[in-house]
Design a protein around this ligand. Structure first.
Ligand SMILES: [Fe+2]
Ligand SMILES: [Fe+2]
Length: 397
């Protein structure tokens, strides 16, 4: 029964339209260190739609060249080959070439926006981790969840309850898919990448993006890229930029804090700039109807005591995303700061706790939420959608 289903899924992968030949060729060339500008220009010039999109993008306000750029070669020189490849892939992936989904409860725009957020976030994390070619990680980020499209397009009736279950945060989506279909979206993504003739190294990262690599050292370039995508995947969920159908974050992703390359402040910065970067990238890709970017709000002090270090960090990230400043005891002593959240833990200096008490800073009861949460019992996972809702309602937002 399951193997029959898998066969049908793989058969449907083959029925998805291939990328335009020019995009396929561009992918090949961008991954080939021997390729030159002439070959790239020829590949792009064979496709009028691609040519006009690249020219439109390079002349957009995001790049704002001083003089209008009118030729593909100027555009490639200005954007760089990898960025042109990403642009070509981006506009191709979510173009209307695939059939419209039957139901709209799970919008394609959500997945697209999530993919962009992961691409942008993963590129940044890859830079932190010393990736010599972070644009490749960007591309892998764009592609990482595309296997879902096959479930959504061809098996929606079977997939809808799976998505519903995942939204509740009971279990990770890829596990639920595995049970229902005998295959998950990372594996389907691998087949889709092969079908689209995506280079092998990127295909591998897509296939592995839910692999548990926590026990291994981040030795190979591919491992580091997988890890960068996992970090960005979780950040995108925390910031709720689009959705990949999964409400949970695995707190283990924060083991990035144990690597020396990325201090927590950089992760915070990344979380804060991500919504706007996604917004800009959407403009760049000429998408319409982008959501408003979440901006800072006025807020008063609030405290929250969180025992577990990684859970504490998830709350920090969520509060940052909600527009709170996170401050230290030292800063507190210096005076009144607006829009502040004070995170207290077992290692906090006693005067911080004392200060919070004397100022009547309301304390959110995270431990209570944790035990009552729908996903209790799932160690190492937090449903960030529910947690953010709880934070918002506790904060009167
Ligand atoms: Fe995924
Ligand atoms: Fe994802």
């Amino acid at each position: 029964m399951k193997s029959e289903l898998i066969d049908r899924i793989l058969y449907n992968v083959q029925s998805i339209p291939p990328f335009p030949a020019a995009v396929e060729r561009l992918c090949e060339l961008a991954s080939d260190p021997e390729s030159d500008l002439d070959e790239i220009m020829i590949a792009i010039s064979t496709d009028d739609v691609l040519t006009s999109r690249i020219l439109r993008a390079v002349n957009s306000s995001l790049y704002g060249p001083e003089q209008k750029i009118t030729t593909v070669s100027e555009a490639v020189v200005m954007l760089g080959m990898q960025a042109v490849r990403n642009l070509a892939l981006g506009v191709s992936i979510f173009s209307a070439r695939m059939r419209k989904e039957k139901q709209d409860s799970f919008k394609r725009e959500d997945l697209w926006r999530h993919s962009l957020a992961v691409a942008l976030g993963a590129r940044e994390v890859a830079r932190f981790l010393g990736d010599a070619n972070p644009e490749e990680t960007f591309t892998a980020g764009l592609l990482h969840d595309l296997g879902q499209v096959v479930f959504r397009e061809f098996f929606y009736d079977l997939y809808a309850p799976v998505l519903e279950e995942a939204a509740k945060g009971a279990r990770p989506l890829h596990q639920l898919e595995q049970e229902a279909f005998g295959i998950n979206h990372a594996e389907v993504g691998r087949e889709l990448c092969k079908h689209w003739k995506i280079p092998e190294s990127l295909t591998q990262v897509v296939a592995d993006h839910h692999r548990d690599i926590r026990e291994e050292h981040l030795g190979s370039r591919e491992d580091r890229r997988v890890f960068a995508i996992q970090v960005a995947d979780n950040l995108a969920r925390i910031a709720q930029i689009g959705s990949d159908g999964d409400a949970n974050v695995e707190t283990e992703f924060l083991r990035i804090l144990d690597t020396e390359e990325i201090p927590p402040e950089r992760l915070h910065e990344l979380l804060l700039v991500l919504p706007e970067e996604v917004h800009n990238a959407e403009v760049f890709f000429h998408m319409v109807g982008s959501e408003n970017v979440e901006v800072s709000h006025e807020a008063s002090h609030v405290g929250v005591f969180v025992e577990d270090r990684k859970e504490r960090e998830v709350i920090r990230l969520l509060l940052l995303n909600l527009g709170y400043n996170l401050i230290t005891a030292e800063e507190l002593r210096k005076g009144e700061i607006k829009g502040t959240a004070i995170i207290i833990d077992a290692t906090s200096p006693p005067d911080l706790c004392e200060w919070a008490k004397t100022q009547n800073v309301p304390m959110l009861d995270f431990a209570k939420w944790r035990t009552e949460a729908a996903n209790q019992g799932n160690a190492g996972q937090i449903n960030v959608v529910q947690l953010k809702d709880w934070l918002k309602s506790s904060l009167g937002r």
